[in-house]
Ligand binder design. Structure first.
Ligand code: LAN
Length: 761
């Protein structure tokens, strides 16, 4: 049986950690674990998922729940039928719901204080890993038979009825994911006609949609590495970019760190024109994936072809002209003496950056794509290097298993982010007797997750911002602090520092807070807004050369309402408790950030949320930020407009339910059938409560709370509904703890601020 391991590292010799692996989570297969009965229970969860896969795409993290339930000796009850709660008084019902919800939520907390959860969703991540491992000849070393079985299960479970795969579990079929997942299944040993017709259907989808000549650039890249597509059919990714002077706006050091860290190893492999071993499977794929013979493909034409299903962000004409010029003139020169010397130098520089990133992230790397690419580059540089082992040992940090199979996650987890929201949710209930040891454990987890040092050496020459004092999204081993993670964590540890010692343990040292504040102050852009990881280092027009057809807004670190609002909240909390520390700077920063938030509001009163779906998420942050800055419904027309916006989107059922297509189309769209979503409903409820809606008209809040209460399951859990996270406008990602965190938080506020009227000022 599969077992989730938390905060463990000792089995992997040589794997390093800055905090003794606190927060690390990975799954291991133990053939001896579990009774026959337990195994058959798990098997039926899997069967149930597959049976219903066309209707429900999101798994419910049942394997983790099952493990925690048996560790906690709780009988799991999957029933989603809510108990009759109608007879009691309002507050009793809410208290009852919350007590049950908290009790259940406490069983999901790990011993290390984090709430581990599935961070899957995108379907373009596993193929990178499988191609990478295949090329390195390391598939067997990392993926056991059980891994392979579960990966295969996952891939089939998320194949759409038309035979293709979407960019993410709920998306329509795309060439990018159909071709790459088909290739992955073949590399994992599936036959061309395997999967009871599924493979044939997938191949038909590919060929009917123009074949892999129409795969977007990232797909062309992976296929070229594997040897089933020619490098001449790719647009150039010259590593020489890294040798350009920094003052040029298109210097890679100025790009969004994710894009930078993905194009870095890509440019190394491109610059080398690296191709893995040409084996019989590779030769066979060359026949399977095209409508013509492989040697008859017009590679130059395919360079710019892209299936319409994949085209979210079409190339500009300027971009195609640039690529054309580079491809026809610069590349042939750089591949030949004497300019080949420059290429060699550029490759060297790129490789040094790769090693720097690996070492400063304990081989986790900033994200799932760059992780696999860096690993492959290290192997290409020296297949015998010990570094390869270190890389391979960190692959499991990205893998997660649920009843739908084994997936690759969008990050090495969402540990810190979930923990800081969880603490805010739990404390909002004010039900101290129910907290148990939850807050104490989470507190110690958060304290242990702060990044203590800057990255190594002269950070500027590696284009790194300071990191000391920041909090990452996952674990400090990942080492990349995020502005809003830092701010939310700051707010949370400040709040915990005000709670009794016997309840939550020792408060964080003031120096740690000062470091966090310092980092936040250095991260503010001139116009007051906050980006995600770094300052905005270049201009939005750079998007004209965004080569990734599937993702929008990737070229620079834009400024976001979420990040800016979180920082306003973090800094105001800090200022209240430490009024003497850098007060002038903090006040100025809050003022500027507040103005930025106001300016970001859209004419209809909403804010566009970039990391959660979408206008409900953004508007919750918009309102929270303004309220933290001291604005009220009475004094701020922005808050008035925002409330009107939210109320106008409330469904007849009393909830809110925003479709993921909102993010892509940039207009508010309801989930099909006007279904309410507990997470959207919670965000809207939290926003309206913060804007003191209760003073004006309580009814919208009462019905929304009722929706949340009615969704609770018998065991205190809440149902997993549609996918709720997003990135780069077009790809969705799972936040599997939100189903517990947000109903608790919203009902907690509802209990105290609406029913108890304690929060009205
Ligand atoms: C994340 C996850 C966390 C997220 C929040 C902290 C929630 C947000 O408020 C700020 C941005 C951030 C840190 C974020 C940025 C983009 C990430 C890293 C991800 C969504 C997880 C995966 C994604 C990454 C870019 C995936 C790789 C693909 C590309 C298209 C570049």
């Amino acid at each position: 049986m599969w077992k989730l391991k938390l905060s463990k590292g000792e089995d992997d010799v040589g794997v390093t950690s800055v905090n003794d692996h606190i927060g690390r989570q990975f799954w291991e297969f133990d053939p001896h674990a579990g009774t026959p009965e337990e195994r058959s229970q798990i098997e039926s969860m899997r069967q149930e998922f597959t049976r219903n896969k066309s209707n429900v795409k999101h798994s419910s993290d049942l394997l983790m729940r099952f493990q925690f339930a048996s560790e906690n000796h709780i009988k799991t009850n999957k029933s989603q039928v809510a108990e009759a709660k109608g007879d009691d008084e309002d507050d009793e019902v809410v208290v009852k719901t919350l007590k049950k919800a908290l009790k259940f939520f406490s069983t999901l907390q790990g011993e290390d204080g984090s709430w581990p959860a599935d961070y899957g969703g995108p379907l373009f991540l596993l193929p990178g890993l499988i191609v990478g491992l295949h090329v390195m000849g390391a598939k067997e070393a990392v993926l056991s038979i059980e891994h392979t079985r579960e990966i295969r299960r996952y891939l089939y479970n998320h194949q759409n009825d038309d035979g293709g795969w979407g960019l993410h579990i709920e998306g329509h079929s795309t060439m990018f994911c159909t071709a790459l997942n088909y290739v992955s299944l073949r590399l994992l040993g599936e036959r061309m006609d395997g999967g009871e017709g599924a493979m044939t259907k997938a191949r038909k989808w590919i060929l009917d949609h123009g074949s892999v000549t129409h795969i977007p650039t990232w797909g062309k890249f992976w296929l070229s590495v594997l040897g089933v597509y020619e490098w001449s059919g790719n647009n150039p990714l010259p590593p020489e970019m890294w040798l350009l002077p920094y003052f040029l706006p298109l210097h890679p050091g100025r790009m969004w760190c994710h894009t930078r860290m993905i194009y870095l190893p890509m440019s190394y492999l491109y610059g080398k024109r690296f191709v893995g071993p040409i084996s019989s499977i590779v030769l066979s794929l060359r026949r399977e994936l095209y409508n013509t013979l492989y040697h008859q493909v017009n590679w130059d034409l395919s360079r710019n072809q892209c299936a319409k299903e994949d085209l979210y962000y079409p190339h500009s004409i300027i971009q195609d002209i640039i690529w054309g010029g580079l491809n026809k003139i610069a590349e042939p020169l750089l591949m030949r003496w004497p300019l080949s010397k420059l290429r060699k130098k550029a490759l060297n520089t790129a490789m040094q950056h790769i090693h720097y990133e690996d070492e400063n992230t304990q081989y986790i790397c900033i994200g799932p794509v760059s992780k696999v690419l860096n690993m492959l580059c290290c192997w290409v540089e020296d297949p015998k290097s010990t570094v390869n082992k270190l890389h391979l040992s960190r692959v499991k940090d990205y893998l997660w298993i649920a009843e739908d199979g084994m997936k690759m996650q969008g990050y090495n987890g969402s540990q810190l982010w979930d923990a800081v929201f969880a603490v805010q949710a739990i404390s909002s209930t004010n039900l101290e007797d129910e907290y148990g040891s939850m807050l104490r454990k989470a507190h110690s987890f958060i304290k242990n997750s702060q990044v203590r040092e800057n990255s190594s050496g002269n950070i500027q020459s590696w284009y790194r911002h300071i990191t000391r004092g920041g909090w990452p999204f996952s674990t400090p081993d990942n080492g990349w602090p995020v502005s809003d993670c830092t701010a939310e964590a700051l707010k949370t540890v400040l709040m915990l520092s005000q709670m009794p010692y016997h309840l939550v343990g020792e408060a964080i040292a003031p120096e740690c807070l000062y470091d966090a504040v310092h980092l936040l102050l250095t991260l503010q852009n001139d116009n007051g807004g906050y980006s995600s990881y770094e300052l905005m280092r270049s201009y939005p027009w750079l998007e004209m050369i965004n080569p990734a057809e599937t993702f929008g807004d990737i070229m620079i670190d834009y400024q976001y309402v979420e990040c800016t609002s979180a920082v306003v909240q973090g800094l105001t909390s800090f200022m209240k408790l430490y009024p003497g520390h850098r007060r002038k700077e903090i006040e100025a920063s809050i003022n500027k950030a507040t103005t930025f938030i106001e300016n970001m509001q859209l004419p209809d009163g909403s804010w566009y949320g970039s990391w959660g779906i979408c206008y409900t998420y953004g508007t919750w942050f918009g309102i929270k930020g303004l309220v933290a800055a001291g604005k009220t419904y009475e004094t701020s027309h922005c808050i008035r407009k925002a409330c009107a916006f939210l109320l106008s989107k409330q469904l007849p059922s009393g909830g809110w339910g925003e479709s993921y297509t909102s993010c892509m189309q940039k207009i508010y769209i309801n989930i099909a059938g006007n279904k309410s979503h507990i997470t959207n409903t919670s965000w809207a409820l939290l926003a309206l409560i913060a804007a003191q809606q209760a003073k004006r008209d309580r009814r919208p809040l009462d019905v929304a709370a009722r929706v949340l209460i009615d969704h609770q399951m018998e065991n205190g859990d809440f149902p997993q509904q549609e996918i709720i996270g997003v990135f780069n406008k077009n790809c969705m990602i799972s936040y599997s703890s939100y189903r517990n965190i947000f109903p608790i938080w919203a009902l907690g506020e509802y209990l105290n601020c609406v029913i108890g009227k304690k929060c009205t000022t």
